[in-house]
Write a protein that binds this ligand. Sequence first.
Ligand SMILES: Nc1nc2c(c(=O)[nH]1)N[C@H]1C(S)=C(S)[C@@H](COP(=O)(O)O)O[C@H]1N2
Ligand SMILES: [Mo]
Length: 252
Amino acid sequence: MIKRFNRRKLLTGAGVAAAGGLFLNGFDRSYLPPTYGSLTGIGEALTFAGSRFFMGQRLAPEYPVSAITPRMFAPFGPDHHPEAPDYLEHRAGRFANWKLPVEGRVARPTQFSLADLRQFPSRTQVVMMNCVAGWAQIQPFTGVPLSEILAYVGLSPSVRYIVYEAYDGFWQSIDMMEALHPQTLLTYEELPGTPLGPWKGLPLRLSVPRHIGYKQLRWLKRIEAIDDLTNYRDGTGSSHAAMGYSWYVGPA
Ligand SMILES: Nc1nc2c(c(=O)[nH]1)N[C@H]1C(S)=C(S)[C@@H](COP(=O)(O)O)O[C@H]1N2
Ligand SMILES: [Mo]
C-alpha cells in the first residue's frame, strides 16, 4: 500500500520550526492568522505560521507618507533617462503613443497604454528601496498590481516566470510568487496624482519591494511570461548576473 503524505502533520511540524524561527528573528504578527488569540486555535496558528514562514507570503513593511526620504540619491540628476532612440521618440511625444506589450505564454497578448493601465484597480505603497551599493530610502509607488494585468492576459498554466525589460537594456525576472504578490506593482505615479519623475522610471516602473533595488526596473519596455528560465536567453534570469548580482537576494 502506498503511504500517504500527511500534509497536516508536515505543516504542524513546519509550524513548530517556524515558531522557533520567530524566537530567533523577533516576534512578527504577520506569522499569525486572524484567529490568533483563542487557545483552541493554537494548532491552526502553528499550521498557519509554518505555511507563511515557508511559503513566503509576507508583506514588505510599509511606511506613512511622512517617512518618505528626501531625494538624496539622484547621482545622474532628476532628468536622467535612457538614450535609446525608441525611448527618446516616446519621450518627445510625451508617451502618448507608448504601450507596454505583455506577451509570451499568455492567452491574449496585449499592448497596454498608460490610460489602459489606469483602468485597473490601483494601489499606493510607501516602501523601502534597498540598493546593493549600500543606501536605502523610503519611497512611494502608485500603480496597478502586476497580478491584475496577468489575469487580464490569461497566463498559460505552465508559466513559471515573468520577464521584464527596460529601455536602457536591463532585463530581469521574478517567479510567480513575486509576480502575483499584492505589492508587485506596475508603477505609473509616485503618490496618487504625482507623476513619476524621469529618473524614477517614466513612464512605467516595477515596484517589487520584497526585492533589492536592481530588480525594480525603471523605464519598462515589455513584459513576457515564460515557462523555463534556464532556456531563456543566457539562462541566468537577468542582465545583472554578468555583473555578479544574484537572481535572488531578498530586499537587502
Ligand atoms: N532600467 C533600470 N532600472 C533600474 C536601474 C537602472 O540602472 N536601470 N537601477 C536600479 C537600482 S541599482 C536601484 S538601487 C533602483 C533605485 O531606485 P530609486 O532611485 O527609484 O530609489 O533602481 C533600479 N532600477
Ligand atoms: Mo542599486
